[in-house]
Design a protein around this ligand. Structure first.
Ligand SMILES: Nc1ncnc2c1ncn2[C@@H]1O[C@H](COP(=O)(O)OP(=O)(O)OP(=O)(O)O)[C@@H](O)[C@H]1O
Ligand SMILES: [Mg+2]
Length: 490
């Protein structure tokens, strides 16, 4: 047993209007350990980490670092105490370069006190190399993919060689390759005695890297367990408070072709031809940069393309998302914070906002919207169950459920989802899978892009693998395996 106690959180309590996000939470962290912090969406994980990183003040409780009580009233203070955090939602500034983002507020200066740009670039290049990120330090962050941004965010946290590193859902937008790099980095940090707090909804990851697992439920600490003493089912039960019912895969594929693309070419993909049938759940696998998101965006009319798109056999020319919505296509984007939500608006307004476009209506019926929001809150277990709450104040996973609700509410014929379970807890994942299955049962077509291969294997009828913008192969659910998909993808 590791006895070298580094950090002790004692009786931390934090309330928000109407929610006790943290209820007298105590947690110890030892030197050189990886502690996984688990819990359902809204359990309080990010809130606890925000207390530790100086973004939020606790109402009650103490923090002891190396046996001494400390106050962390500002993120800069956490930083000075050697606490670094990789936020669940990226905190990068899109218009600034990678180097400027990584060294924000701590740029290397020359003797005269001016920023030493040469050093800024060379330091960044060194750091990126160490992290095996093949990017130019001068590139603006806005031009990077979600996975690349996430790696830059990680690099930023590592700049000052932290003693405590917090990672809040770091792999949500990473692919297998980057995840492997991240795990190497974590192993290296651990070997140097750095303590890591690792938040993830991916149980495989937790069981592969954590030394101990702490579980929060409804703001209360359920305990911290040595990983070897905890089974997967025990962990799920601690988080969810019930057993998860697995969905039985059934196939509802019909002969009708809902969507067909012929020689579709656009930025990031070339000559893509495939058919999506009614009742089919079609998966798209591939590494970051394989062109999956670009393909989906083009079909949805968000980006330019050449080639033919047919809906139920009729050629259509969709050059704008509004056109796609009117044709019964919904696209749930990968980057929900930028593309999916009005953060400052309520759950009701977010869920209802597309309905008028879909129905060609000119008005927004508030009573109707409230009723619908309540229906989705119940169906997807959005917490807190308050349709008036601003989306900004929901936990990450609950925000994702709002995005899904908004698009489901347009009653689409073709439902395209891009990484739909990012940041979603185990219980809600199965709710989402069963929603996709029931869409298929109703004869709709579902396209799902996911980096989580077991997820694709679990829900799809067929999986198309893209590599560098072209179709590398196609597998039927019964024949597909993780190895086969990876072999095609790389
Ligand atoms: N700024 C805020 N204002 C009001 N309520 C908040 C605020 N931040 C968080 N909450 C609420 O506190 C609770 C805990 O949220 P938190 O973000 O810590 O959950 P989480 O465990 O990180 O969930 P997820 O897995 O979805 O990221 C939730 O009920 C959330 O709605
Ligand atoms: Mg969170």
């Amino acid at each position: 047993m590791n006895t070298d106690l580094r950090l002790s959180l004692q009786d931390i309590t934090r309330e928000f209007p109407g929610v006790k996000a943290l209820d007298a939470v105590s947690l110890d962290l030892y030197r050189g350990e990886v502690l996984a912090l688990c819990g359902e969406n809204g359990a309080g994980k990010s809130t606890l980490m925000n207390v530790l990183s100086g973004n939020l003040q606790p109402d009650k409780g103490h923090i002891l670092l190396n046996g001494r009580q400390i106050n962390i009233t500002h993120p800069q203070q956490a930083f000075e105490h050697g606490i670094a955090i990789v936020y669940q939602h990226l905190s990068l500034i899109e218009s600034l370069s990678i180097a400027e983002n990584i060294y924000a507020n701590q740029q290397p200066c020359n003797k005269a006190g001016f920023i030493d740009f040469k050093k800024l670039i060379s330091n960044t290049a060194g750091l990126l190399k160490r992290l095996r990120i093949d990017l130019d330090p001068k590139v603006p962050v806005g031009r990077l993919s979600a996975a690349q941004k996430q790696m830059v965010e990680i690099a930023k946290a590592l700049v000052k060689e932290p003693q405590i590193m917090i990672l809040d859902e770091p792999t949500a937008s990473l692919t297998e390759r980057e995840t492997a790099i991240l795990f190497d980095i974590i192993a290296g940090l651990k070997a140097k005695g750095v303590s890591v707090i690792y938040i993830s909804h991916r149980l495989d990851e937790i069981f592969s890297i954590a030394d101990r697992v702490a579980v929060l439920k409804d703001g209360k600490m359920q305990g911290a367990f040595t990983r070897s003493e905890l089974s997967r089912n025990q962990l799920i039960k601690l988080m969810v408070g019930r057993e998860i019912r697995q969905i039985e895969r059934q196939s509802f594929i019909s002969k009708d072709v809902l969507l067909e693309t012929v020689h579709l070419t656009g930025k990031g993909f070339t000559d893509i031809g495939f058919k999506l049938h009614g009742g089919e759940i079609l998966g798209f696998a591939g590494l970051a940069g394989a062109g999956r998101t670009e393909l989906a965006r083009a079909i949805f009319g968000a980006d330019e393309k050449k080639g033919v798109v047919r809906l139920k056999g009729t050629e259509v020319n969709i050059s704008h998302p509004l056109g796609a919505i009117k044709h019964g296509i919904a696209y749930v984007p990968e980057d929900r914070k930028q593309l999916g939500l009005f953060l400052d608006m309520s759950v009701t307004d977010n869920i209802g906002c597309l309905l008028s476009c879909a129905n060609n209506a000119w008005t927004f019926n508030r009573d109707e919207a409230t009723k619908t929001a309540k229906k989705f809150i119940e169906k997807l277990h959005i917490v807190p169950a308050n349709e008036k709450r601003k989306v900004l104040n929901l936990s990450g996973g609950n925000q994702q459920k709002v995005v899904l609700s908004k698009w489901l509410n347009t009653n689409p014929e073709i439902f395209i989802v891009d990484e739909p379970t990012h940041g979603i807890d185990v219980g809600a994942k199965f709710e989402i899978y069963s929603i996709l299955a029931s869409l298929a049962q109703e004869g709709k077509g579902v396209m799902i892009i996911s980096s989580d291969i077991p997820e694709l294997l679990g829900v799809c009828d067929r999986i198309i693998v893209l590599r560098e913008g072209v179709i590398a192969g196609e597998l039927l659910a019964g024949d597909a395996s993780e190895e086969k998909i990876l072999a095609l993808a790389t």
